[in-house]
Write a new protein. Structure first.
Length: 310
């Protein structure tokens, strides 16, 4: 921290560490930066520990924006790597060339990728996917364990080791059920099941979030259930419309065009056939997240109709 006077709250300035380098992911950069701010402002490692563990829980529960998981490495061309090299940018270039010979990244271009879960024993290089692949698939899930143990913790450990702090122990102190948590596929997904977590069904009630063996007591009050489903859908569709209007203003597309193409949040699950696919735009990721929520509520609505014979 840089201070110009005793009353100055301080200005964060870093050189050479992960907060200013481009070879990491935003999740580790933001966590390290905020941890250092907390350490210098409070001088209390316990406050930092609480914050870091809270970030771990957010990553495990997929509550971090997906663009915070993106690595971006420079592509050196097909001739710039030794034979059989396991390099993410090269692997993505090979995948692109299989579908389109003209889609190879430019030399010097930074290629974005995300690490996902895969079948047991699969090499890490085969767990690499482009962000667009993850957004288009409900079966691909961000590998939270990898990001915590291989990206966030090493960055923190390099700094906090000077204070004799073991950051990995903060992760192991989390409840076992939370550390073994795996995000399941979206409800109603017909994608192939690749991991054992995909074969489990949740016992949490979608209305009260209580744990139940059979039907929850919430289903006894059909009017309340209908109201909750309708209110959730209405709120989500309002958010879809608001986000679509932002996209319309940015891309100079009228509201009538958004409605006709589904961007306005009509009856479909959002109709998110976007003309804009910029990974630098936070609205783009918000739109995709809303699509997932709308599909989830619609699936809950269909299941409830079958249960209650509406």
């Amino acid at each position: 921290m840089k201070y110009e006077s005793e009353e100055d709250p301080g200005e964060y300035e870093a050189k050479g560490i992960e907060t200013v380098r481009r070879d990491g992911c935003p999740a580790s950069v933001k966590t390290l930066k905020q941890s250092l701010r907390l350490l210098f402002s409070t001088l209390d490692v316990n406050q930092v520990k609480k914050y870091v563990q809270n970030q771990f829980m957010k990553i495990i529960k997929s509550q971090i924006p997906i663009h915070d998981y993106i690595f971006a490495k420079e592509y050196r061309g097909m001739d710039g790597y030794r034979p059989a090299a396991c390099v993410p940018a090269l692997e993505i270039a090979k995948k692109r060339l299989k579908s389109d010979p003209r889609s190879e990244p430019l030399v010097g271009e930074r290629v974005a990728y995300i690490i996902c879960y895969g079948t047991p024993g699969l090499p890490l290089i085969q767990l690499i996917h482009e962000p667009y692949e993850i957004l288009a698939s409900t079966s691909l899930k961000v590998n939270s364990i990898y990001y915590i143990t291989k990206a966030v913790i090493p960055a923190l450990q390099r700094v906090f080791s000077m204070l004799n702090v073991n950051v990995m122990s903060w992760y192991h102190e989390l409840p076992q059920d939370l550390r073994s948590y795996h995000a399941q596929m979206a409800p109603g997904s017909t994608a192939a099941k690749h991991t054992i977590a995909h074969y489990y069904q949740t016992k949490h009630c979608p209305f009260c979030d209580g744990v139940r063996e059979n039907l929850c007591e919430c289903y006894a009050d059909t009017q309340k259930v209908a109201f909750l489903i309708h209110s959730r859908l209405s709120a989500l569709k309002s958010q879809v419309h608001a986000v679509s209007m932002i996209c319309g203003d940015c891309s100079s597309v009228s509201d009538n065009t958004l409605q006709s193409t589904g961007h306005g949040g009509g009856k479909s699950s959002g109709g998110f056939q976007n003309h804009c696919v910029s990974l630098a735009c936070p609205v783009f990721f918000k739109k995709v997240k809303l699509r997932s929520k709308v599909e989830e509520v619609e699936q809950i609505s269909n299941e409830t109709k079958n249960i209650l014979n509406w």
